[in-house]
Write a protein that binds this ligand. Structure first.
Ligand SMILES: [Zn+2]
Length: 281
């Protein structure tokens, strides 16, 4: 009799613990699903696009192992890590990648595919550092959303690549991706600019050029590495060819289209670091 009571007691506790464990896993999974909706491409976390070299190294290895592109991997890991990737890279394995890809695809397909589209637009066409042989020479810092005052107070929506010498018409700007010329010509803030739409839908914006490589037509195809023009200091004026209002540099912007926004800027800083490192290798 006594023995039976004791057995019941143990059984009860096993069941309680199992229930707690199941609940815990259920809530954990739901949190990770919830992250897909709590954050989005429009969130600050996403637009910072902070991916350290250590993370990207691991992702490139995973790309070889699994065939998942960088964009596809980022789409999976962003919601898993609450859109904060840095510091979480130890959990990035083939197993977690495949598990969560399946999980999101089955449970929240529509939202997940949109996120994946955005990640691939940013990451999957990148081939070249935008200044020819400039990966060691250019200096650039993470000036994402630093205040700018020309044309009203605003945040800096790009990265400025500063050359070693303040020389216009000298440094060669090349396309980072294959794509199509979508915009070309004068802009008050951007000066002589050119915008290339890449194959996965990212928009790569090169501003303040001193001159173009040729007379580009809208809709014209370009390949990664093609010369677009030369670095300059044009812009900050309504009159065409205004120059000299700041030092020679390339302003690089990356934009995507989302469900709600026609044009949403993404921080290019970590992407440029990634491309600079690739070019050096
Ligand atoms: Zn800039």
């Amino acid at each position: 009799m006594k023995r039976k009571k004791w057995m019941e007691y143990v059984l009860m506790w096993v069941m309680v613990l199992a229930a707690v464990w199941l609940l815990f896993w259920y809530l954990e999974d739901n949190k990770k699903t919830g992250n897909l909706f709590r954050y989005s491409e429009e969130s600050e976390e996403f637009r910072k696009m902070e991916l350290s070299e250590a993370i990207l190294d691991q992702m490139e290895e995973l790309e070889e192992q699994t065939g998942y592109s960088l964009g596809e991997q980022i789409a999976v890991f962003l919601p898993v890590f609450r859109f904060r990737m840095v510091g979480n890279e130890q959990e990035m394995t083939q197993e977690t990648l495949e598990k969560w890809d399946l999980f999101y695809t089955e449970r929240k397909r529509e939202r997940f595919l949109k996120l994946k589209e955005s990640c691939c637009a940013i990451w999957d066409d990148l081939q070249c550092f935008p200044v020819e042989n400039g990966e060691k020479k250019m200096t650039f810092e993470n000036s994402w959303m630093f205040p700018r005052t020309y044309g009203g107070e605003r945040g800096h929506e790009g990265t400025d690549l500063m050359p070693p010498k303040n020389l216009r018409d000298y440094y060669r700007i090349v396309s980072m991706t294959d794509g199509v010329v979508e915009q070309v010509g004068w802009l008050e803030k951007g000066g002589w600019r050119i915008g290339i739409r890449s194959e996965h839908g990212g928009y790569f914006y090169y501003a303040h050029l001193s001159s173009y490589a040729k007379e580009f037509q809208i809709g014209e195809k370009v390949e990664a590495g093609d010369l677009l023009g030369y670095m300059g200091d044009t812009g900050y004026g309504t009159e065409e060819d205004t120059k000299g209002k700041f030092d020679v540099h390339l302003h690089l912007g990356i934009y995507i289209q989302t469900e709600r926004k026609e044009e949403l800027s993404i921080n290019p800083y970590w992407i440029l670091r990634f491309l600079a490192k690739k070019a050096e290798a």
